[in-house]
Design a protein around this ligand. Structure first.
Ligand SMILES: NC(=O)c1ccc[n+]([C@@H]2O[C@H](COP(=O)([O-])OP(=O)(O)OC[C@H]3O[C@@H](n4cnc5c(N)ncnc54)[C@H](OP(=O)(O)O)[C@@H]3O)[C@@H](O)[C@H]2O)c1
Length: 305
């Protein structure tokens, strides 16, 4: 059965990957805000998700089976300095989407984050108590709660990922690569742990979960808990740079304005048991990113310029 899927944040890091990975198998509507997308293989639309009337109109027009809500204000420091904006872009937008989905019979996948947790413990399971320590994470947790109150069967995926951006910004892996390519040393935090996935692997998992009609909260991460330092070293190794160029630093030494949680690694056993297989590890993800660098990424830019 071909599902009709509307993907918000289609010009973003994860949204672009979702489009990329779904375009042969699903009927897709790619939805951005200010970025102009052009495509021959699927429909595109521009909508401000903060505007409830616009959201309702678009969902009524396309009547997707599923809305995959990946759009958000993801700049953690901007969210900290502009909490009202963060609340509007993240919480209000999610409420608008959930209400429109409820009204027009669309199911909803909400993309959330591992940073809903305080980072004191690590290896978090879905039933652990979330305790966000910055505004961005507060708005993401609030979005989860509001969406569940409107659509009790919503699928909520807590994620963390890296990959190729189609916009002029850098995911963690891209930033590390840029530093290595320019001959600079790379600062790697030894006190921040996570379980990231390559966007293509994450997109494939999310699309499978949608096809299988999953509901409720799932942690969707990689099978390995690594520090940002370990991650940067692995990037160097996979791309053939000297890993000794990655220097051990602490997140507390940085001048970021929003507090960052220490260990937001997630236990993803609920998902791997449901799918009856293990999730990708770090080397598998980085190797896939390296291999996809000159293929998927470019072909996506050609179809969505
Ligand atoms: N990046 C990470 O490592 C990470 C980790 C955990 C969770 N997440 C979550 O994963 C999701 C995707 O993140 P990302 O890094 O892929 O995002 P991103 O690259 O920052 O892209 C954000 C997307 O949201 C769209 N958007 C922003 N405001 C909008 C509005 N008012 N109306 C409509 N669209 C709007 C943007 O559209 P325009 O380009 O048109 O402005 C863009 O497509 C988010 O929900 C984020 O919270 C991300």
């Amino acid at each position: 059965v071909i599902l009709r899927l509307l993907i918000t944040g289609a010009s973003g890091l994860l949204g672009a990957s979702l489009i990329n990975r779904s375009r042969d198998a699903l009927d897709v509507i790619a939805c951005a805000h200010q970025t102009v997308l052009r495509a021959s293989r699927f429909e595109v639309c521009n909508v401000d998700l903060v505007d409830a009337a616009q959201v309702d109109r678009i969902i009524k027009q396309y009547r997707p089976d599923w809305i995959c809500h990946s759009a958000a204000l993801t700049n953690v420091d901007l969210c900290q300095s502009e909490p009202a904006l963060a609340y509007q872009q993240n919480v209000h937008a999610s409420i608008n989407i959930a209400k429109a989905g409820e009204r027009h019979g669309s199911k909803l996948l909400l993309i959330s984050t591992d940073s809903v947790f305080s980072g004191e413990q690590g290896n978090y399971v879905e039933t652990d108590h979330p305790l966000p320590i910055n505004v961005y994470a507060q708005t993401k947790l609030e979005s989860e709660c509001r969406v569940q109150a409107i659509l009790s069967q919503a699928l909520i995926a807590r994620v963390n990922f890296y990959g190729w951006n189609i916009q002029a910004k850098h995911s963690l892996a891209e930033w590390v690569l840029k530093q290595l390519q320019s001959g600079s040393a790379v600062s790697g935090w030894t006190d921040v742990y996570f379980t990231p996935l390559f966007t293509n692997h994450l997109a494939d998992l999310l699309l499978e979960m949608v096809r299988l009609d999953f509901q409720g909260i799932y942690h969707v991460g990689g099978s390995e808990r690594v520090s940002k330092y370990d991650f940067a070293r692995a990037v160097a190794e996979v791309w053939g740079y000297d890993p000794a160029r990655v220097l051990k630093t602490k997140s507390k030494e940085s001048d970021l304005s929003a507090p960052r949680p220490g260990d937001t690694s997630m236990c993803c056993d609920k998902l791997s048991h449901a799918l009856k297989r293990s999730l990708p590890d770090l080397r598998g993800g980085l190797n896939a990113m390296r291999e996809s660098g000159e293929t998927d990424f470019v072909s996506f830019k050609q179809s969505v310029a």
